[in-house]
Design a binder for this molecule. Structure first.
Ligand code: ZN
Length: 658
C-alpha cells in the first residue's frame, strides 16, 4: 500500500516536471517561480525522508528542462550547475558561517543575479565556436546562429587559447516594452515578462528574428580557460579586459555584515536598473577554496543565490469590477492605476472574494500594495488606510449578476453566485454538463461545438438543444451534414433518460446523481418540484437544509419554468418510473467501495451499482464480489488482497458500464 508521502512524492514529481517543461520548453510558465519553488522544496524534503524512493528522473535530480528537439543538442564540456536558493538572511548566515568556520580567510563575491537565460559561449583561438543554452545543465541547445546576432557577444576575443564563459542573456526592459507594444498592436500574445521574452527570442529558428529583439548579455563566470587564476573576481576582470560584457554589479567583501549590506544596496537599485534581476549570488571568491569546499549533487556548495522577496509597489485602486465565471461565481477584480512591477505593467489583479476585501480593508479609491512574485499573477496585499484623504465607502458585491442581471446569492463557501441557470456566463458549462454521460448522455457535443452553437445564436438554454435545426447546425464551422444528423439523433435519443437524470442534468447546485435519485423515489413528476418547500424536501434521505434551499431556489426561478415547459413541449420525459433498474448486469454481485475515486463520489458510484441490480456493502468478506478502490484506500483493500478478491479502479468500473 502506498503511504501518503509516497503518493505526494509521485504527485509532486509529475506536477513539477509538467511545470518545468512548460517553463523551459514552451516558454510559458503556468505558475509563479515562488509557487514552483515551494513545491520543489517540499519534494526535496520528502525525498530526503525517503531515500528508498530515489528516482533519477525526479525533477530534483534532473535540475529542470531538457533540450527541445528543434535545436541540435550540445553536451556541455563544463556543466552549467544551478545554485541553492536561500530566501532569508538567517539561511544566508548559516551558509556563510559554515564556510567561514572551515576557511576563516574566505572572501565572497556578491553579484546581482540577472533574470534571464543562462548560456555557455565556447571560444577557440580567439573565435566564438558555439553558444548553447543551459538546458538541463549537461545538455543544452545549439543556438550559435542566434547568439551571434547579439551585439554584446564578442565573435572575436583577444585571447588565443581555449576558453568558455557562462553568461545570462536578457532582454532590457525598454526592449521588452517595445516588443510587447508591437505584439499588442499586431494582436499577438504578449510575453509575461522580459525573461520569457528573452527565452522566446533566443530560441527562434530564424536568427533574423532574434537579431531584431535587442537581446543583451552579461558574462558572470569563467567556465574554463587554459590559463590559471587564483580567484573568481580576477578571472572576471580578465574577461572584461578581453572584450566581454562582464556583470558590473559585483563586489568582493569579507564579513557577513558587508554581504548583507551589499545585498540591500543591490535590492534598492533593483527597480531603477534597465534590466530585471531576481536576486543576489554570493560566491566564495578563492578558486582553491572552492575546490576544497566541493560540489553537491547538482549544486556547488561554495555559492548560494539569495532570492528577493516578491516585488511590491503602491498604486491607486481606481475601481472594483466583477467578473462572472463559467461556474456562476462572481469574482471581484481590482482595476489599478497602471504600475510597473517585476518587469511588466500591472493594471488588474484578482481580489478573489469579498472576505479578502474585508480582511485587507480594501476600498475603491485606496492606495493599495500590489505584489507580483516573479511571474504572471499580481496580487493585492493590503490597503494603506493612512493615505486616505477622505472617508471611503466599503465595497459590496453586486446584488444582481453583471452578466445577466438576475439576483446573486452568497453560498456557504463565501462565494457569490448568479442564481440564473441560463446566465450567459454559465451557459456553456451548463450545456456541457447537461449533455454529459451521466446526465442526458448526448454524444458529440464537445465544448467547441457548444460554443459555436451559442455564438451563432442556435442555443440560449439547454432546452434549445431539442429544437436544433439540422441545416443550421451543419452550416457551423467544422460541422458537416453527417455530424449534424448524428447530433440530432443523439439529442432525440436523450429524451427518454427519465426524471432523475434530467434533475441531475439541469445542474441544480448540490444535486448530484444520488440526490436526484433519492428525490425521484419520492416525487416522480417534475411538476411536483415547483410546489415543494424546504421542509418537505428535508424529509427526504440525504437532503440537508442547504440542498433543500438550493432546489427551492432553482424551481422558483422564472427561467426554470420556461426551460421545463420547453423541454416538455419537445417531448423530453419529465417523469420517473421507479419500477425497474436500468439493467441487471450487476445482479447478484456485492460491491465494496473504499478510498477516494478520481471523479465519482461514493454515493454516485453506489447509485450506479444499484441502478444495475447490484448491492453495496461496507465491509469486505468472502461474499464480496468486487472491491472498487480509489486513492488512500485503507484496511479494506489490504483485507481484499488477503482474500484474493477482485479489486478494480474507477477506470475499470467504467469499462464495466459500457
Ligand atoms: Zn448571471
Amino acid at each position: 500500500m502506498k503511504s501518503a508521502d509516497e503518493a505526494r512524492i509521485a504527485y509532486l514529481r509529475k506536477q513539477l516536471s509538467h511545470y518545468s517543461d512548460k517553463y523551459y520548453l514552451d516558454d510559458d510558465p503556468e505558475i509563479s517561480d515562488a509557487e514552483y519553488d515551494k513545491l520543489f522544496y517540499e519534494l526535496i524534503a520528502l525525498e530526503e525522508r525517503h531515500p528508498e524512493l530515489y528516482d533519477e528522473n525526479s525533477p530534483t535530480v534532473r535540475v529542470g528542462g531538457k533540450a527541445a528537439d528543434r535545436f541540435a543538442k550540445i553536451e556541455h564540456r563544463y556543466p552549467l550547475k544551478s545554485l541553492t536558493d536561500v530566501f532569508n538572511y538567517d539561511e544566508l548566515r548559516t551558509w556563510y558561517e559554515k564556510n567561514k568556520a572551515d576557511f576563516p580567510d574566505a572572501s565572497f563575491s556578491v553579484e546581482a543575479k540577472i533574470d534571464g537565460l543562462s548560456v555557455a559561449l565556447h571560444y577557440e583561438k580567439g573565435a566564438l565556436i558555439y553558444g548553447a543554452t543551459r538546458g538541463d545543465g549537461n545538455i543544452g541547445e545549439d543556438v550559435s546562429a542566434n547568439v551571434r546576432t547579439i551585439r554584446s557577444v564578442p565573435l572575436k576575443i583577444d585571447y588565443d587559447g581555449t576558453l568558455e564563459v557562462r553568461g545570462e542573456i536578457y532582454m532590457p526592459r525598454m526592449a521588452f516594452e517595445a516588443l510587447n507594444a508591437k505584439r499588442e498592436s499586431n494582436g499577438e500574445q504578449l510575453f509575461a515578462n522580459p525573461r520569457n521574452a528573452a527565452a522566446g527570442s533566443l530560441r527562434q529558428l530564424d536568427p533574423k528574428i532574434t537579431a531584431m529583439r535587442n537581446l543583451d548579455i552579461f558574462v558572470f563566470n569563467l567556465q574554463y580557460c587554459d590559463r590559471n587564476f587564483s580567484s573568481h573576481s580576477e578571472s572576471l576582470d580578465f574577461l572584461s579586459s578581453i572584450g566581454f560584457n562582464v556583470l558590473s554589479l559585483r563586489r568582493v567583501v569579507c564579513g557577513y555584515d558587508d554581504i548583507e549590506s551589499e545585498i540591500r544596496k543591490i535590492g534598492e537599485l533593483r527597480s531603477s536598473l534597465p534590466y530585471d534581476i531576481d536576486g543576489v549570488v554570493i560566491k566564495v571568491d578563492s578558486l582553491s577554496m572552492r575546490a576544497a569546499i566541493g560540489e553537491g549533487t547538482n549544486v556547488p556548495k561554495w555559492a548560494v543565490a539569495y532570492k528577493f522577496p516578491p516585488e511590491q509597489k503602491q498604486t491607486l485602486l481606481e475601481n472594483i469590477t466583477v467578473q462572472v465565471g463559467r461556474t456562476g461565481v462572481l469574482t471581484p477584480i481590482a482595476e489599478l492605476a497602471p504600475v510597473k512591477l517585476a518587469g511588466s505593467v500591472v493594471s488588474r489583479a484578482t481580489l478573489h472574494n469579498i472576505d479578502l476585501i474585508r480582511d485587507r480593508d480594501i476600498r475603491i479609491g485606496d492606495i493599495v500594495i500590489v505584489q507580483k512574485a516573479g511571474d504572471i499573477i499580481p496580487e493585492i496585499i493590503a490597503s494603506v488606510p493612512e493615505k486616505r484623504t477622505e472617508e471611503l465607502p466599503e465595497f459590496f458585491m453586486p446584488e444582481y449578476c453583471p452578466s445577466c442581471g438576475e439576483p446573486t446569492f452568497r453560498d456557504e463557501e463565501a462565494a457569490f453566485r448568479c442564481t440564473n441557470a441560463s446566465c450567459p456566463a454559465q451557459l456553456l458549462r451548463n450545456i456541457e454538463h447537461f449533455a454529459s454521460k451521466d446526465a442526458m448522455d448526448i454524444s458529440g457535443l464537445g465544448p467547441a461545438l457548444i460554443r459555436g452553437m451559442k455564438d451563432s445564436g442556435l442555443i440560449s438554454d439547454v432546452a434549445d438543444l431539442y429544437y436544433l435545426d439540422e441545416n443550421a447546425l451543419s452550416s457551423l464551422e467544422r460541422m458537416g451534414k453527417k455530424s449534424a444528423s448524428n447530433i440530432i439523433r443523439s439529442v432525440e435519443q436523450s429524451k427518454d433518460r427519465g426524471l432523475s437524470r434530467l434533475l441531475y442534468a439541469l445542474g441544480i447546485r448540490l444535486v448530484g446523481i444520488s440526490t436526484a435519485e433519492s428525490l425521484c423515489k419520492r416525487y416522480t413528476d417534475i411538476e411536483d418540484y415547483f410546489s415543494l418547500d424546504r421542509e418537505a424536501l428535508s424529509q427526504i434521505d440525504d437532503i440537508g437544509e442547504i440542498t433543500a434551499s438550493s432546489i427551492v431556489n432553482f424551481f422558483s426561478h422564472p427561467g426554470t419554468r420556461e426551460t421545463v415547459d420547453k423541454l416538455k413541449r419537445a417531448g423530453v420525459k419529465t417523469t420517473a418510473d421507479n419500477t425497474k433498474p436500468k439493467d441487471d448486469r450487476f445482479s447478484g454481485m456485492t460491491f465494496v467501495l473504499t478510498g477516494t475515486l478520481p471523479t465519482l463520489t461514493r454515493s454516485e458510484a453506489e447509485a450506479i451499482i444499484k441502478e444495475r441490480g447490484g448491492k453495496t456493502s461496507s465491509s469486505v468478506s468472502k461474499k464480496t464480489s468486487v472491491v472498487l478502490a480509489g486513492e488512500d484506500a485503507g484496511g479494506k483493500l489490504t483485507k481484499a488482497r488477503e482474500l484474493e478478491l477482485r479489486i478494480i479502479d474507477e477506470e475499470e468500473f467504467r469499462r464495466m458500464l459500457l
